[in-house]
Design a protein around this ligand. Structure first.
Ligand code: NIG
Ligand code: FE
Length: 404
């Protein structure tokens, strides 16, 4: 066991946790000034003001963390971190007037990254992803969700899911990787349609990877010219029979009632939601499906942002993530995303920090974290800052400190 004491601010999120991450007001941060926390490798034993630290814990090894802020572990719950090549030329084309959809139609986009990914070996892809993840962790992130989805053949998708699994072992136990299977990301040219690809590749491989316990969840790009509502239902029904949690890229470019389908299947999260409808918002508010907003993507593509305020005011559980990928959002810094989101989406401080810790944990089905309280997992993020506000106020700066 050890003790962190004299934390300038210990941001526990205890009230946010009691409120299930919804309808949050700034006080729900439940900040303890000059705080202390007693913990072992697994769980938290005591939380409070340093001056109230019980006698029994006084002799434990301790760190004086004056000038630091401790928050529940921050989590990047949506990334596509395993890929080959880059898409800088498409980025330039977009700035010169083409849309993401135009570029995809002429064979660019996800299929371009597919061909770049196929040029690299398993060990080359592992190495690229390992370095990217180290960068992501350097901002204070402790858990990252990583999706496959640039292999798009039976063999290469299998390889990507295995790479993510090997990365999980490589970074464990300090950092955690959540392995999401996104073979339903695009339809390779040699398939007649999405249904054929789904049946011949996505479904059988999902079964194989699930039986081998390699993957933690399944995801699908539900969008015009990609996968239909029927495809989503077919995939989610099969996933449920394998006890695999579901996630969905929903209502990003068009309203396809993706949020509604996510709720119908009890998905962990519906992500993007730029074009979500009012009925979609009301459905999310009544369920545990988390709305994961990826404002970096809308920002990078020059599209209007998701209606975050409307969702929050309706009682939707909202998370924020980076969507780090080579095409629509090439950013690996979750704190930078938080800095931009706070003002652009008009989030208060409790909504903001719950969105990258408590609610992001819910988006991955992680139950005993996202709050600093006795009995919860001892997973934290530490920053060298006199107050919580300093962390996102210093946007673009990295104030994270590696946990001791
Ligand atoms: O979340 N929309 C689908 N997937 C990614 C983009 C992938 C890409 O453009 O390479 C996303 O934005
Ligand atoms: Fe994505």
């Amino acid at each position: 066991m050890k003790v962190y004491r004299h934390l300038s601010q210990l941001v526990t999120l205890q009230s946010a946790h009691t409120k299930d991450g919804r309808y949050l007001v700034p006080q729900d941060l439940s900040v303890i000034e000059d705080g202390a926390v007693v913990f072992d490798d697994d769980i938290i034993h005591w939380v409070g003001e340093t001056s109230n630290l019980p006698q029994g814990f006084q002799g434990l090894p301790s760190e004086n963390l004056r000038g630091h802020v401790l928050v529940p572990e921050i989590i990047d719950s949506h990334t596509h971190a395993v890929f080959g090549g880059d898409r800088a030329s498409e980025y330039a084309d977009r700035l010169n007037g083409l849309s993401y959809e135009d570029i995809a139609k002429r064979g660019g986009g996800i299929l371009f990254t597919m061909s770049e990914t196929h040029k690299l070996s398993k060990s080359e892809l592992f190495e690229l992803a390992r370095k990217r993840l180290e960068k992501i962790f350097s901002y204070g992130v402790g858990t990252v969700e990583v999706k496959s989805g640039y292999g798009l053949t039976y063999e290469k998708e299998k390889e990507l899911s295995e790479i993510i699994y090997e990365l999980k072992i490589h970074f464990s136990p300090k950092f955690r990787i959540f392995n999401t299977y996104l073979a339903a990301h695009d339809i390779p040219k040699n398939f007649k349609n999405s249904k054929a690809y789904l049946e011949q590749v996505v479904l059988p491989l999902m079964k194989e990877l699930s039986e081998k316990k390699i993957i933690d969840a399944v995801d699908i790009f539900h969008e015009k010219n990609y996968f239909s509502s029927d495809d989503v239902r077919k995939l989610f029904t099969a996933a449920k029979s394998l006890n695999l949690p579901c996630k969905i890229h929903a209502d990003e470019l068009n309203d396809n009632q993706g949020a509604e389908i996510a709720c119908e299947f009890g998905a962990l999260s519906a992500d993007h939601l730029l074009k979500i409808s009012k009925p979609g918002i009301s459905k999310l508010a009544k369920t545990n499906t988390v709305a994961t907003l990826l404002p970096g993507t809308a920002f990078f593509l020059g599209k209007p942002l998701a209606p975050a305020r409307e969702m929050l005011d309706s009682g939707v559980k909202v998370a924020l993530a980076s969507d780090f990928n080579p095409g629509s959002c090439h950013v690996d810094n979750l704190i930078l995303i938080a800095s931009i989101s706070a003002a652009a989406l008009k989030l208060n401080q409790a909504e903001l920090w719950a969105a990258i810790s408590l609610n992001a944990a819910a988006a991955l089905g992680l139950k005993n974290q996202g709050v600093i309280a006795k009995g919860m997992a001892s997973r934290f993020s530490l920053f060298k800052a006199p107050s919580l506000a300093h962390i996102t106020y210093n946007w673009g700066k990295n104030l994270s400190v590696s946990l001791i």
